[in-house]
Ligand binder design. Structure first.
Ligand code: KG4
Ligand code: ZN
Length: 344
C-alpha cells in the first residue's frame, strides 16, 4: 500500500489529497478562492498567493484527519511544480518541501498539465492508456498522446488563449460575470448556434495546435460593431445574447472535437480522455460522445473525467506522483517552482 499526499496551488484553488496506489482517493479537499477574485473578473495573482498561505496549513491537517492517517503512514509528498502563477506555485512547493523535511519523506514535483492529462485513471478499475487526452481549462488547451502516466507526449496546444479563457472573456464582453464557462454554456442551450457566423481557426500548418483569440475578437466586434471595443451591448436582447453564446460555443467545440479526432487518426489511439474545467461543457460532452461513437472503422471509447478531478485538484497530483514514486523519481529540497510550461 503506497499513500501519497498531493498538494496543488498552481492557480486559484488550494488543494490537498491522499491517494492510495495512484488510484484510490482517500480524501480530496479543495478551498476555492471564488469570492476573492469574482469582483475583479479574473484571478489576481497576489491575492491568490495570499489565500494559499492562509488555507494550506489547515487543508493539510484536515486531509490527515479525513484520511485518518498520521505522518508516519505517508510514503511521499507530491506537489505541483508548474506551470501556473509563480507566486501561487511557490506557496505549495515551499509547504511540500517543509513537510518533506519535517516528516523525513521523499518529495516529488509534478507537472500540473500532465496530471490533468492522466486524471481520467483516478477511481477506475482499468487504465485507459494509451489514449488521446484533451486538456481544456482556463489556463490550458492541449492534446496529448498518453502512452502511460510517465510517457505523456504533447501533440498540440493553444498558440494564444486557452478555451476556458475564451469562454471567460466572451462572458465579460456580454457582461455575464466570471467565471464565464458555466453561464455561457447555460445560455447557449436556448440560443441558435447558426445565428452568428464566427470563424473556426484551424491553423493548417501546425495541425493539432489551437487558436481562440480570433473567435473571441469576432464576438467582440459583433457586439460592439466592426473594429470597436465598447458600446453596443445595450441593443442586444436576451435572445440575441443566447444566440451569441450558442454560436460561440459551437465554434469552439467544433475545433476541439475536430482536432481531437484528428489526433486519434494520427496516433491510431482507441480511447479519448478529457480533463480540465471546460470538460464540463455540455456541448463538448455531447459532440465528443457522438464523434467517438460514430468513429469508423470502429468506435472509440471516451472517458469524461468526473468533474471533481477535472477542475484543479490535488488527487490528480498525488496519483501522478505515485507513478513517479514507483519509478524511483525523487526531488531534492532544492526543488523549484516553474511558471512557464516550456521550462518544465
Ligand atoms: O480547470 P479549471 O477549474 O481551472 C484552470 O483553469 O486550471 O477550469 C476553469 C475554466 C474556466 O475558464 C471556466 O470558465 C471553464 O473552465 N468552464 C467551462 C464550463 N465550466 C467551467 N467552460 C465551458 N463550459 C462550461 N460548462
Ligand atoms: Zn489546471
Amino acid at each position: 500500500m503506497t499513500r501519497i499526499l498531493g498538494i496543488e496551488t498552481s492557480c486559484d484553488e488550494s488543494a490537498t489529497a491522499f491517494v492510495e496506489n495512484g488510484r484510490r482517493v482517500l480524501c480530496n479537499l479543495i478551498a476555492t478562492q471564488f469570492d476573492v477574485h469574482a469582483k475583479y473578473g479574473g484571478v489576481v495573482p497576489e491575492l491568490a498567493s495570499r489565500a494559499h498561505v492562509e488555507k494550506l496549513d489547515l487543508l493539510v491537517r484536515e486531509a490527515l484527519q479525513q484520511a485518518a492517517l498520521s505522518p508516519g503512514e505517508i510514503d511521499a509528498i507530491a506537489v505541483t511544480r508548474g506551470p501556473g502563477l509563480i507566486g501561487s506555485l511557490l506557496i505549495g512547493v515551499t509547504a511540500a518541501k517543509t513537510l518533506a523535511w519535517a516528516w523525513n519523506k521523499p518529495l516529488i514535483g509534478v507537472n500540473h498539465i500532465h496530471a490533468h492529462a492522466t486524471s481520467a485513471a483516478i477511481d477506475i478499475e482499468h487504465d485507459p492508456w494509451p489514449a488521446i487526452a484533451l486538456v481544456v481549462s482556463g489556463g490550458h488547451t492541449s492534446l496529448y498522446h498518453v502512452v502511460s502516466p510517465l510517457d505523456v507526449r504533447l501533440l498540440g496546444g493553444t498558440i494564444d488563449d486557452a478555451a476556458g479563457e475564451a469562454f471567460d472573456k466572451v462572458s465579460t464582453i456580454l457582461n455575464l460575470g466570471f467565471p464565464g464557462g458555466p453561464v455561457v454554456d447555460r445560455r447557449a442551450k436556448t440560443g441558435n448556434p447558426k445565428a452568428v457566423n464566427l470563424p473556426r481557426t484551424r491553423l493548417n500548418r501546425a495541425e493539432l495546435d489551437f487558436s481562440f483569440s480570433g473567435i473571441k475578437t469576432a464576438v467582440l466586434y459583433h457586439v460592439h460593431g466592426a473594429g470597436k471595443t465598447s458600446g453596443g451591448l445595450e441593443r442586444l436582447t436576451d435572445s440575441m445574447i443566447d444566440d451569441i453564446c450558442a454560436s460561440f460555443s459551437a465554434a469552439v467545440v467544433d475545433v476541439l472535437v475536430e482536432k481531437t479526432m484528428l489526433a486519434v487518426e494520427q496516433t491510431r489511439a482507441k480511447c479519448v480522455v478529457v480533463g480540465g474545467g471546460v470538460a464540463a461543457n455540455s456541448l463538448l460532452r455531447e459532440r465528443l460522445t457522438q464523434a467517438c461513437q460514430t468513429h469508423r472503422p470502429a468506435a472509440i471509447s471516451l472517458h469524461l473525467t468526473p468533474m471533481k478531478y477535472c477542475t484543479d485538484n490535488a488527487a490528480m497530483i498525488a496519483a501522478l506522483g505515485y507513478h513517479a514514486y514507483q519509478a524511483g523519481r525523487r526531488d531534492t529540497i532544492g526543488l523549484t517552482a516553474v511558471a512557464n510550461v516550456s521550462k518544465l
